[in-house]
Design a binder for this molecule. Structure first.
Ligand code: ZN
Length: 224
């Protein structure tokens, strides 16, 4: 089972990808985590990554491709890619790479959400500058307001979550995703679902969609 989970920033992709990975025994590959890990590592690649992330613009495809391909190769038994590919160039490169490895993508699941729902999610997000734990004032509040449960450090708004950066990220997402969606529609891999519900409701629906997709696609093989 090889899945790509896509959607706007703030759609809850990472949380849902984790759930799906647990249910279907998949390796969870998050491009965001890969990038942040690289950024923190302070390598030459990491310094390049940092420049782009801090400006709220997309990391160039060649950087991301290097990071993702390395990890995908180690997940032959099945994976869920979270937030990747998010440009047409990335989609094509990933497709080509996976075809070459004889492990083609089975499903591209797209989360859709209202802009207003997303804005609210970002405004409530907090991160611990000390240990990196992410909180949310609505869905995952710290025990003591504005302080980390683990180390009591004062929580901050991540630069990525600042309103101006968020607005740019959403615009960039809409612009770059349109051709990606068209591409995967043509490849007949696309399934879309509304993801504005609670974490549990969205998880339930996502699991149902994945089950249905794989039941449907397995039928022609069984009848042969
Ligand atoms: Zn902390």
């Amino acid at each position: 089972m090889r899945i790509a989970l896509l959607g706007p920033p703030g759609a809850g992709k990472s949380t849902q990808a984790e759930r799906l990975a647990a249910v279907f025994h998949l390796v969870h590959l998050s491009s965001g985590d890969l990038l942040r890990a690289e950024k923190t590592a302070g390598t030459p690649l990491g310094r390049r990554v940092r420049q782009f992330l801090d400006q709220g613009v997309l990391v160039p495809d060649d950087l991301l491709v290097q990071l993702v391909q390395e990890r995908v190769r180690g997940a032959r038994e099945g994976f869920i890619l979270d937030g990747y590919p998010r440009t047409l160039a990335q989609a094509r490169m990933l497709d080509g790479f996976l075809a070459g490895e004889d492990m083609p993508l089975d499903l591209v699941l797209i989360f859709t959400l209202e802009a207003a729902v997303l804005t609210r999610r970002f405004a409530g997000r907090r991160i611990c500058p000390k240990c990196g734990t992410v909180y949310h004032l609505d869905s995952r509040p710290p025990l003591v307001p504005e302080h980390c449960d683990r180390d009591d450090a004062a929580l901050t708004l991540r630069p990525d979550d600042a309103p101006e950066t968020v607005r740019r990220r959403l615009e960039t997402y809409q612009e770059t995703m349109a051709p990606v969606l068209a591409y995967f529609t043509q490849r007949k891999l696309l399934a879309t679902m509304d993801a504005s519900g609670s974490i549990d409701a969205v998880a339930e629906q996502a699991v149902r969609m994945v089950r249905r997709h794989f039941d449907l696609t397995s039928k022609p093989c069984e009848s042969l």
